[in-house]
Design a protein around this ligand. Structure first.
Ligand code: SAH
Ligand code: SF4
Length: 400
């Protein structure tokens, strides 16, 4: 069963002709600097920044009026100067397996006259965890041939505030903020964990390493212990293999890494994941070996989409194991998820089992990823939005 509920846009829309600065997505010292800019001295700015941060990330507050440890007069000043931006929810769909997908809408932070953009975010509840799959870009510059997002040209990068906005909205909808009510249509993480969202994966729309600064800022905020406080071990960044940014990702962000490998030979990977022409397998695997903090406790996940008669032979499986020898690795076999217009098919379940068997025998445990949310088009690689890139002429006209 699929429930699609369209929420009332009017409640989420705010008049944003003149955009004030949003404090969502700023690091604590940046909030303090913004407060100094409106006249606070350094000490008070630092103190107020801490309080505001706590309201945004721990309590999920979207209205300065609710910041009760700040005097009323100053709350009003804050509301005049700043906003606490969140995306609008265009739709929320719940799959028969409890997976949820949101279509979120963002206005352009620099230019509110430009049409808003839309992206998708997915929540996957499992026995022992609840994973939020977050987007980093509207569309993608890359054109992996089996990926639906790859058919949508890059419209723009999301800001750090917009990346975090997905986490904040999902937490709100799932009752993760204090006093929040859990939705009653099932599918949330049962017992044990008190939070619905325990893990975040940067596996939604876009290539996170082509939006490095914003992704870094958002993930540093999401993992800050005084805020959302997600452990860096519970955050995974997936890349198609933007080699020059892999080492900085480990050093400056320090989250878990996933590599979209999908092929074990350069000629095939050039076709499936075209960035391979720029950064071939040898360079990619070397960057993996050099990933800061890599150990048996902190392995790299190699994702491998199972495409019928393309990359799913026994020889491919054996070569996969050989290629990864010596790298602390997990292997994740992803059944291909079809989308309208694709020419690929998913490997048969017998083929996937046989492939997994070879990989299992080499010491990698239960590597096949369960497909979730296919009925609502929420599965890996199915995300796409209707937002289109404007021509340069149109952008200029709207910016004038
Ligand atoms: N751009 C990043 C992260 C987003 S995609 C990357 O490519 O890693 C998340 C994962 O889903 C990637 O491994 C991607 O290759 C895979 N994927 C894309 N399309 C898919 C499809 N149709 N079926 C299954 N997996 C797919
Ligand atoms: Fe972009 Fe990742 Fe899709 Fe490739 S698989 S087109 S990098 S989103």
């Amino acid at each position: 069963m699929t429930i699609a509920l369209n929420l009332d846009h009017a409640t989420a829309l705010r008049p944003s002709a003149q955009r004030a600065t949003s404090l969502v997505g700023l690091l604590k010292p940046e909030i303090a600097a913004a407060l100094q800019n409106i006249g606070l001295d350094e000490r008070e700015a630092r103190m107020r920044a801490k309080q505001i941060w706590n309201w945004i990330y721990v309590n999920g507050v979207t209205d300065f009026e609710r910041m009760t440890n700040i005097q009323k007069g100053f709350r009003q000043t804050l509301a005049e100067k700043f906003i606490l931006d969140r995306p609008e929810i265009v739709s929320e769909q719940v799959s028969s397996d409890g997976t949820r997908k949101w279509l979120f809408r963002f206005r352009d932070p620099q230019n509110p006259r430009l049409p808003p953009v839309e992206i998708e975010t997915v929540y996957i509840p499992e026995e022992d965890r609840g994973t939020l799959c977050v987007s980093s870009q509207v569309g993608c510059t890359l054109t992996c041939s089996f990926c639906h997002t790859g058919t949508q040209m890059l419209v723009r990068n999301l800001t750090a505030g917009e990346i975090l906005g997905q986490v904040l909205m999902a937490r709100e909808r799932l009752g993760d903020f204090p006093g929040g009510a859990r939705p009653d249509d099932g599918g949330l993480v049962p017992g044990g964990e008190s939070r619905a969202i325990t893990n975040v994966v940067m596996m939604g729309m876009g290539e996170p390493l082509y939006n490095f600064d914003n992704v870094k800022q958002a993930l540093l905020i999401a993992s800050d212990e005084t805020g959302i406080s997600l452990s860096k071990r519970r955050i995974t960044l997936s890349t198609s293999g933007v080699v020059p940014f892999i080492e900085p990702a480990g050093r400056e962000i320090g989250v878990m890494l996933a590599i979209s490998l999908h092929a074990v030979r350069d000629d095939l990977r050039d076709m499936l994941v075209p960035i391979n022409k720029k950064y071939p397998l040898k360079d990619l695997l070397q960057a993996c070996r050099d990933y800061p903090g890599l150990s048996n406790a902190r392995r790299i996940t190699f994702e491998y989409v199972m495409l019928k008669d393309i990359n799913d032979s026994d020889a491919d499986a054996r070569e996969l194991v050989r290629l990864l020898a010596g790298i602390p690795a997990k292997i994740n076999l992803i059944p291909f998820n079809p989308w309208p217009g694709t020419n690929y098919d998913c490997s048969s379940s017998e083929r996937i089992e046989r492939f997994a068997d070879i990989v299992n025998k080499a010491g990698y445990a239960s590597p096949v990823r369960t497909t979730r949310g296919r009925d609502i088009y929420a599965a890996c690689g199915q995300l796409k939005s209707e937002t289109e890139r404007l021509s340069k002429k149109d952008r200029e006209a709207l910016s004038a």
